[in-house]
Design a protein around this ligand. Sequence first.
Ligand code: CA
Ligand code: CA
Length: 105
Amino acid sequence: MGGKRDPANFWDFFDPNLDGAIGFGDFLLLIQHFGATDDNGQASINRNSDPLTTPDAGPGTYHPRFDRGAVVGPNGWDRAPPNGAIGFTDFLALLVQFGHTCAGP
Ligand SMILES: [Ca+2]
Ligand SMILES: [Ca+2]
């Protein structure tokens, strides 16, 4: 839903629990991982790990599924790929997407 989304770009839709909608469960997951980094790309799970197939190591650990980069363009939800740190800007990225869904009409 939302004609400006790019369904081929995983990073265009911030859905940490992969259920196809952005809601409270995603916030809970993000908060559990808040503050984690990928040690400048040196951690075994880092910004280049596959966000879909890499298992989440649990609260306090880094995972690219919970991370986004800077805002790209005029829309707050339009984000660059992961920047290696899960922090406040990622929380904001989730906030502007809250309630969005990728379910069909
Ligand atoms: Ca979700
Ligand atoms: Ca980030």
